[in-house]
Design a protein around this ligand. Structure first.
Ligand code: 5MM
Length: 344
C-alpha cells in the first residue's frame, strides 16, 4: 500500500508539472484536433481535397512556424496526427517536442443523439478509454481533451436537465480516467452559440452547466489542481444581435467566478465561431477586468488557424505566409492572456 501511495503521488507530481508547462504566462493552446470530417471542411474552404497528405501538410505548416513555442505551450492533436509520419520521415510531432511544446490528444470519439432527448448530443468514447490513454501516453501525449456540447433552445426546453447531467457525468468520468493514466484532462463543456438566444440566456445556461460539471468532477474524485477548464465565453447566439465586447467580458468573468473553484489552475477558452479579432479582444477584456484565481488564456482552433489556412491554401510557396498569420494570432492572444487592469 505504501508503494501504491508513492506511485500515486509521483503521478500527481507529473500531472502538476504538465499543468505548469501549459499555463506559462503569455502562452496558450492551439487546438488542431479536428477529426477527419472537420479537417475536410477546413481544407475544402481553400479548395483542397481531404487526403491524408493534405491534412499532414496543413499541420506541418502550422507546427513548423519559427517561434511557434513563444506563445503556444501545448497543441491538441487528433489521433492520426499523433502517430503520423512527417513528409521528411520521423514523426510529425517531433517539430513540437523539439520546441518543448506539450502534446495533447482528443480522446472523445464524437457525438450521437442523447437517448431520451434526441435533439441533444451525447459525447462518446468512455469504453476502452483507459487503454487508449495508456497508448497515447506511451506515444508522448501528456494531456487530453474531451468536448461535451450543450445547445440552447428555450422554446424546446433545451438544454434539458438530462442533457446537462449527461454532459457533466461524461466529462467527469473522462477526467478521472485521464488523471489515473497520467494525462492532464482538459474539461470542455461547450455551450453552443447556434441560435438567436440572448447573452443572459447563455449566462444562465453556462452557469448551470459549469455548476453541474464541478459537482460531478468532485463526485468522481478528480484532482482539480491537475485539470484545465476549456469553457465557452458568454455570448448572445450567433444569429442574435452581437453584444458589446465589455458586456461579453463582464458576463463571462461573472459566471466563471461563481462556478469555477480557485483550485483549478487554468481557464483556457474555446473560440466557438468568434472571429479571430473577437476572440482576442474578449480574452483581453476579461483579463483587464481584474485578477482571477486561475490563469485565463486561450485554447483556440479556428481563431488561431483561419487566416493561416487562407494564406497558405495548400501551396508550398505560401507556407511562410501561412505561418506568419498563425504567429501573429498567437502573439496577439499571448498578449491578451497577459493583459492586466489599467492602474487606477
Ligand atoms: C479543432 O476543433 C475541435 C473539434 O473538432 P471535431 O468537431 O472535428 O471533433 C474542437 O473540439 C476544438 O478543440 C474546440 O471546439 C475549440 O475550437 P474553436 O474553433 O471553437 O476554438
Amino acid at each position: 500500500a505504501a508503494t501504491d501511495a508513492m506511485a500515486c503521488s509521483a503521478k500527481s507530481q507529473e500531472l502538476l508539472q504538465t499543468v505548469a508547462a501549459i499555463i506559462e504566462p503569455g502562452k496558450g493552446i492551439l487546438a488542431a484536433d479536428e477529426s477527419t470530417g472537420t479537417a475536410g471542411k477546413r481544407l475544402a474552404s481553400v479548395g483542397l481535397p481531404n487526403t491524408e497528405d493534405n491534412r499532414r501538410a496543413l499541420r506541418e505548416m502550422l507546427f513548423a512556424a519559427p517561434g511557434f513555442e513563444k506563445h503556444i505551450s501545448g497543441v491538441i492533436l487528433y489521433e492520426e496526427t499523433l502517430f503520423q509520419e512527417s513528409s521528411s520521415g520521423g514523426r510529425l510531432v517531433d517539430a513540437l517536442t523539439e520546441q518543448g511544446v506539450v502534446l495533447g490528444i482528443k480522446v472523445d470519439i464524437g457525438t450521437v443523439p442523447l437517448p431520451g432527448s434526441p435533439f441533444e448530443l451525447y459525447t462518446q468514447g468512455l469504453d476502452g478509454l483507459r487503454q487508449r490513454c495508456d497508448k497515447y501516453y506511451a506515444a508522448g501525449a501528456r494531456f487530453a481533451k474531451w468536448r461535451a456540447v450543450i445547445p440552447i433552445d428555450a422554446p424546446s426546453g433545451l438544454p434539458s436537465a438530462l442533457g446537462v447531467q449527461s454532459a457533466a457525468e461524461g466529462l467527469a468520468k473522462y477526467a478521472r480516467i485521464c488523471q489515473d493514466a497520467g494525462l492532464v484532462p482538459i474539461v470542455e463543456p461547450e455551450v453552443l452559440s447556434d441560435g438567436a438566444h440572448s447573452l443572459e440566456a447563455c449566462e444562465a445556461v453556462t452557469t448551470r452547466v459549469l455548476s453541474a460539471v464541478f459537482r460531478e468532477l468532485l463526485a468522481h474524485g478528480v484532482e482539480l489542481e491537475a485539470m484545465l477548464l476549456k469553457p465557452n465565453m458568454v455570448l448572445p447566439g450567433a444569429s442574435a444581435r452581437p453584444a458589446p465586447p465589455a458586456a461579453v467580458a463582464a458576463a463571462t468573468r461573472r459566471v466563471l467566478r461563481r462556478t469555477v473553484p480557485p483550485a483549478v489552475p487554468g481557464v483556457l477558452f474555446l473560440s466557438g465561431g468568434q472571429t479571430e479579432g473577437e476572440a482576442t479582444e474578449h480574452l483581453r477584456l476579461i483579463n483587464e477586468l481584474g485578477s482571477n484565481p486561475w490563469y485565463v488564456s486561450f485554447s483556440y482552433g479556428r481563431a488561431l488557424q483561419a487566416s493561416a489556412l487562407k494564406a497558405w491554401s495548400g501551396k508550398p510557396g505560401n507556407v511562410k505566409a501561412g505561418q506568419a498569420q498563425l504567429l501573429q494570432r498567437a502573439a496577439a492572444n499571448g498578449a491578451a492572456a497577459l493583459a492586466r487592469p489599467a492602474a487606477a
